[in-house]
Design a protein around this ligand. Structure first.
Ligand SMILES: Nc1ncnc2c1ncn2[C@@H]1O[C@H](COP(=O)(O)OP(=O)(O)OP(=O)(O)O)[C@@H](O)[C@H]1O
Length: 554
């Protein structure tokens, strides 16, 4: 089946080059060094041959040719060094920018984009695919120029020796430097893409296995998991084999033409000699120079195979960057002020790409201070209500009003300032406990953080740790109980002090005692505030004066 690509090669080249604008000067210097280095390589071979011929008495100027050969040798070393330094300086600089750019893009389209996607694959795009682009910026542009300059120079020299040589070399250069690379790129794009995709899949399977190692061990699923990883591994190997076969095929063709060129030069020399036209010196020098230029041009095939992976990586990155967010920041945001009312007005909603309505003409009003428990069967749409309120998605029909203002007119910043969200499990960053709580309010001082921790009932636990609030969560995170993590989440909310708090199964990881403590904290520390709480447990919903049953969603 013919593979469809989202971007043409022209579009990708243009876009990558435009992205590389800040490093054009580095690319320029490295390209200059690369071209000069390749020319010097040609010069070394050509002048070297002339030096030998002069030393053997076939021509004059042995001293000059020796000096030129030495200059070329020095230039090769200097140019290679400069090319390597500047191309990598530029490439690593632009990769760093691209990482930030991609994170911005993910931030813009998340969380809707991330719901239902394999985190491992997104991580792989953000880390590994971006690294693959290093090849495009560091090793592509220089060889492209070499491919234009070297054949032109060789053809000019050949023409000066005798036009017949030039006429023989031109088609060979066209085949090696234009036709073969283009055919190889076109034929290999699918192979490169398949390899990147399979590699991404394998990496995310490995990552997933590491994350879920506890469940794998508990359920004795190690063997099955190994099979899944092995299967993914097999697919990567198959894709890699395709890439290798493609690389070897396109590497052998130019080889053939390089030898053909050398033979044709000898044939031309023979034909010319038969007609009494002899250029022994020119012919030998040309033969050496042409071999050098052809081998530089020949390296283009390796550039092409590596480019296949770069294009595949770029396509995966561009797709993320070009994904339209489900909801957008309003152009002219309206401030809603403290949240007094939330109103679902005739709301109908189906997830993008699906036909099942999760909500159908749903009407509901929540007032300041209401404590609403959301109950109902699994999959009925309880979490969906919260996602709509957080504007992860927009209603398909109808609208959600906050203080009478359509929710899409309120900026994300204000919305997230006024509505907080606590999920089943609280994610802890690789930072200190203080920083983990302080994420809710970056300007908060230590006193505020301590107070929030105290109100959330986690202060005593923190005080038992040798490093207290400076304890690094990177090492500690897994050792914290579900209840302790949840309390850090609550401390974040209390620190932020939002008007409305949304909680999705906050007690699912807690035992009866800790659930009671959580409810007590909410009652005393979050009194008078609006609360929407999803739970399957009736005990968790006891403090809610209103119960919204998911059966009423449709
Ligand atoms: N991103 C999505 N794309 C498509 N369908 C989705 C998406 N997220 C959820 N769904 C589907 O929407 C329905 C409602 O999901 P939701 O998570 O709101 O249910 P829930 O009542 O909170 O379930 P639970 O109690 O099990 O958490 C389910 O059938 C679910 O499979």
């Amino acid at each position: 089946m013919k593979r469809k690509f989202s971007y043409s090669m022209k579009e990708m080249n243009y876009r990558l080059l435009m992205m590389g604008r800040p490093i054009w000067k580095y690319i320029g210097i490295s390209t200059l060094a690369s071209t000069l280095g390749a020319l010097s390589h040609m010069g070394l071979m050509g002048f070297g041959a002339l030096w030998l011929l002069a030393a053997a008495g076939f021509c004059d100027g042995a001293g000059i040719y020796a000096a030129l050969t030495a200059v070329c040798a020095i230039l090769i070393a200097v140019c290679r060094y400069l090319e390597g330094v500047f191309s990598h300086l530029g490439a690593y600089g632009i990769l760093a920018k691209m990482r930030v750019h991609l994170f911005d893009a993910i931030d813009r389209i998340a969380p809707a984009y991330l719901i239902g996607r394999e985190t491992g694959d997104v991580m792989n795009i953000a880390v590994s695919d971006i690294e693959t682009l290093e090849y495009f910026f560091a090793h592509t542009i220089g060889p492209m120029f070499t491919v234009i300059l070297l054949p032109t120079t060789t053809v000019v020299i050949a023409w000066c020796v005798n036009p017949l040589y030039a006429l023989v070399l031109i088609p060979i250069y066209l085949i090696i430097s234009v036709v073969l690379p283009l055919v190889a790129l076109k034929a290999g794009r699918g192979i490169g893409m398949r390899y990147r995709e399979q590699l991404g899949d394998l990496k995310s399977k490995i990552l997933e296995s590491v994350y879920s190692i506890r469940d794998i061990q508990i359920f004795g699923a190690g063997q099955r998991r190994m099979q899944v990883v092995e299967q993914a591994n097999g697919k990567v190997n198959q894709a890699a084999l395709g890439l290798t076969l493609h690389r070897q095929t396109i590497a052998s063709f130019p080889n053939f033409f390089v030898y053909l060129a050398r033979i044709l030069i000898l044939v031309c020399a023979g034909v010319l000699a038969a007609r009494g036209i002899n250029h022994p010196v020119g012919t030998i020098a040309l033969s050496f120079a042409a071999t050098a230029s052809l081998s530089s041009t020949f390296s283009l095939t390796f550039v092409v195979t590596s480019l296949l992976e770069s294009y595949a990586a770029a396509e995966r990155i561009f797709k993320i960057e070009d994904t339209e967010p489900e909801t957008k920041e309003p152009e002219h945001p309206v401030s809603c002020g403290e949240i007094e009312t939330i109103e679902f007005q005739d709301v109908t909603f189906a997830y993008p790409g699906t036909r099942k309505n999760i909500l159908e003409h749903f009407n509901y009003v929540i007032k300041k201070g209401d404590r609403v428990g959301i109950a109902g069967e699994s999959g009925a749409g309880k979490s969906t209500i919260l996602r709509l309120l957080l504007r992860f998605y927009a209603p398909t029909e109808g609208q959600i009003l906050i203080n009478g203002i359509p929710i899409e007119q309120i900026s994300f910043t204000e919305l997230h300032q006024r509505i907080a969200f606590l999920e089943q499990d609280t994610y802890l960053f690789d930072a200190t406990i203080a920083e983990n709580i302080g994420i809710a309010k970056p300007e908060a001082g230590m006193d505020e953080i301590r107070t929030a921790a105290k109100r959330a009932g986690i202060a005593e636990f923190i005080d038992t740790l040798p490093d207290g609030y400076d304890t690094d969560m990177g090492q500690m995170s897994a050792r914290l109980s579900g209840g302790e993590r949840q309390r850090i989440g609550i401390a974040r909310i209390l620190l932020r002090n939002p008007d409305v708090c949304l909680m999705d199964e906050p007690s699912s990881a807690l035992d009866a005692l800790h659930e009671k403590e959580l409810l007590h904290t909410l009652e005393t520390e979050y009194a008078g505030k609006t609360l929407l709480l999803i739970s399957h447990r009736t005990s968790t919903l006891t403090g809610c004066e209103r119960i919204l049953n998911a059966e009423t969603f449709r």
